[in-house]
Design a protein around this ligand. Sequence first.
Ligand code: MG
Length: 225
Amino acid sequence: MTKISLKKQILDSNDAVAATNRKLFDAHHIVAFNVMASPGAGKTSVILSLASRLKPTHKVGVVEGDIASRIDTEKVIAAGYPAFQINTGGNCHLDAVMVQKALSALPLDDIHILFVENVGNLICPANFNLGTHKNIVIASVPEGSDKPYKYPGMFMKADIVILNKTDLMKAFDFDLAYFTHGIKILNDKAPIVLTSCKSKRGIRELANLVIAKYRKNFANHNFEF
Ligand code: MG
């Protein structure tokens, strides 16, 4: 078998499981977000800030993907949300089968909004469909303003782009216009939300985007959203 057809076969079988995950989300009236970023961009902090803004009406659940450790899952559970840890053991991304396993361990009837925090990496996670509805891509100020130019694939697939740690913008001499231009030439649909988990800047705007997506998917559902 050639390398290309093996890769296609892996992606095809991943897509089949992703479709099953999507059906499960829809059956349980869950909107699921695939949260992607490089290590240290603030994925867990953004998820926790958002979750605290969304509660108590919008119940949040979290799947944590990491190479190793339960550090982030313990943080999420300590904050009062159901969470499941996936350790990929070296794989640089989550796949649909890993997420399927996590879903069987989560209280799906008690979750409206699920954040799947992917492994910290700006390359591989964008290639694997998990069955989630939307992609959130987080960049952070200390990483520099050139990330959209260097990692276009990830930003092209974003439905929401977050620039986090904006409280550090001055200290890092961050070129916001250059960053924003880099996103716009790749993807003119995704809103760019400037956030800071310290000052809570942008968290309300982000919560509104998440809720709007929920309403769009489940317009006929009876929740008071
Ligand atoms: Mg994390």
